[in-house]
Design a binder for this molecule. Sequence first.
Ligand code: CUA
Length: 256
Amino acid sequence: MNLLASILFLPELASEQGKHVDQIIGYLHLLMGVLFVGWGIYFAYVLWRFSRKRNPKADPVGAKTSAPKVIELLVAGAETTLLLVIAIPVWSQLSDARKFPTGKDVVNVRVTGQQFQWNFRYPGPDGQFGRQDPKFVTAQNPLGYDPADPAGQDDLTAPLGELHVPVNQPVVCRVTSLDVIHSFKLISMRSMMDAIPGVANMMQFTPNKPGRYEIICAQLCGNGHAKMAAQLVVDTQADYQKWVADHSKKPLAAKQ
Ligand code: CUA
């Protein structure tokens, strides 16, 4: 599959689940490649075989072999196999929130899209996000976090533009939006989720290669859409702990 990925110029892959997505892309292109070449050869054959020179008189009978039926069945079989054996199981695994990883290892993040930036919030050491309510929304607190809620006191708001996650730990994002529909797209994770106001869409991935990756908005959302980007920073365990410690130290008043 690595060979297919490089032939297809797929972007860098840095997540556990992403290999299944690349697998589907690879097999589909393989199938399409075979069909393309097959049809090409058949087309050339037909041009030659049924040329006017070879067939001065039209023959109304048509094909007498069962080859077309057999080939059609083989193609349909290959497509059905891809769908039932790879596509649907992978989709169900990645999108069904009931099958999402749970436990201490999981890094939970609230992702909120907004014209034109991505906000990231972590629950802090208690594992609980602070309460949100529209009545708390102010210019300084655009996401409406309850300043009095103890669960929110240790929440960590990432500096704009960077989502930090530790390598080899599952990440579960709750993706929503403050204004219009955006789409949270992590190409190197092969992961993407619509950010819709009033809805928390769940998404998961497990980064397996430290580095910096691009986060983009994949839904036309206004005149700043093209600039609605951020960085996904996959840290080593030590770097991630340090980052969390650095950003937890900041006084609460400075946070949203
Ligand atoms: Cu947000 Cu495009």
